[in-house]
Design a protein around this ligand. Structure first.
Ligand SMILES: [Zn+2]
Length: 137
């Protein structure tokens, strides 16, 4: 596991296995999710994988009514919005992800600070399988 290269391909493979793997800088311990090849804080390239448990709280959110093409193909849009948020994981790293289990048509009812847990949105099979990280209320 730890020998996989720190890149988006490996990150996607881990998500397919329902694992949330980010990077930790060996020099300054800064965490990143998704993983980064170079530390954002000290620019070291000596990073390692770290697994996150998937517990988080909601920091900010937006309900999206004008969907990008990939989401529009899944049926999202003006009549079926979806929520994207910034979450802070228990480990202290922030990430952007879909927020599910909330009413995207009534974003005013969604509470900043609410506890969330990770969920995995998969589509496709075999080599085509793609999994996105989401957080569920
Ligand atoms: Zn660093």
């Amino acid at each position: 596991m730890a020998t996989k290269p720190l890149n988006d391909t490996s990150y996607g493979q881990f998500l397919n296995e329902r694992k949330i793997m980010g990077s930790r800088c060996k020099a300054c311990r800064t965490l990143a999710l998704p993983p980064r090849p170079i530390c954002n804080a000290c620019h070291s390239s000596d990073l390692e994988w770290v697994e996150f448990k998937g517990k988080a709280k909601l920091c900010a959110l937006t309900s999206i009514v004008v969907a990008p093409p990939a989401m529009a193909r899944e049926g999202f849009g003006r009549d079926n919005p979806y929520v994207v948020g910034v979450v802070e994981l228990d480990e202290g790293v922030k990430a952007v992800a879909r927020i599910i289990g909330v009413d995207a048509k009534k974003p005013e009812t969604i509470q900043v600070g609410m506890p969330l847990h990770a969920d995995f949105l998969s589509k496709g099979e075999g080599a085509e399988k793609q999994t996105a990280l989401a957080f569920k209320a």
